[in-house]
Design a protein around this ligand. Structure first.
Ligand SMILES: Cc1cc2nc3c(=O)[nH]c(=O)nc-3n(C[C@H](O)[C@H](O)[C@H](O)COP(=O)(O)O)c2cc1C
Length: 166
């Protein structure tokens, strides 16, 4: 993969995050790692830095790895990996080794891990985290629709420190 400047990206962030196949991976060689599918998030600028914001429910095993160290990665996979990405979005790493089961390749890159089959990778350094709070909603519909069983997302803002492209 080739390192590129985020300023040279020509992508639609809404469809990239919401409609493509994106895997969030956290952990490292020492503590282990895990990956899960995501489709909610934003990309933009905050605090004068290029950032990615993601939303992770506390029940996700991947969250334990996000919380244990400083980095997470987002790997965008080509359409041919639809099945593997669906698997990573329905099965928990608490019970299965998703890399072994799907054949996807974990690439240990210093203090982070990304998915080798990705065509685009964002390496992010955690800047901020905040649980979503009911009191912040102007309209309670999204809250009621998404959190009737609790497990309320935690928002993580990560600085995009590296972009890799195939
Ligand atoms: C298309 C798709 C998008 C998803 N997006 C998110 C998301 O943005 N945040 C989240 O917490 N879970 C999301 N999930 C659910 C997790 O990927 C799923 O619960 C996964 O099994 C968690 O794995 P883990 O327990 O190994 O971390 C999504 C699932 C799918 C299929």
């Amino acid at each position: 993969m080739e390192k590129i400047d985020y300023k040279d990206l020509s992508i639609n962030p809404i469809t990239l995050i919401g409609r493509r196949h994106m895997l969030l991976t956290a952990g490292n060689k020492e503590i282990g790692y895990n990956t899960m599918t995501i489709s909610w998030g934003q990309m933009g600028e905050l605090w004068d830095k290029p950032v990615m914001t993601i939303y992770v429910r506390p029940s996700r095993y991947t969250k334990t790895f996000i919380d244990k160290q400083d980095y997470f990665t987002l790997s965008v996979l080509p359409e041919e990996y639809r099945r593997q990405v669906a698997y990573c979005g329905t099965v928990s790493g608490m019970r299965q080794n998703k890399f072994a089961e799907t054949g996807l390749t974990p690439v240990v890159d210093g203090n982070s891990v990304y998915v080798g089959e990705a065509e685009l990778v964002f390496k992010c350094k955690k800047l901020y985290q905040q649980p979503i709070e009911k009191k912040g909603f102007f309209d309670l519909d999204p809250f009621d629709e998404n959190y009737s069983h609790g497990d309320i997302h935690v928002m993580y803002v990560g600085e995009i420190v590296e972009v890799l492209k195939k």
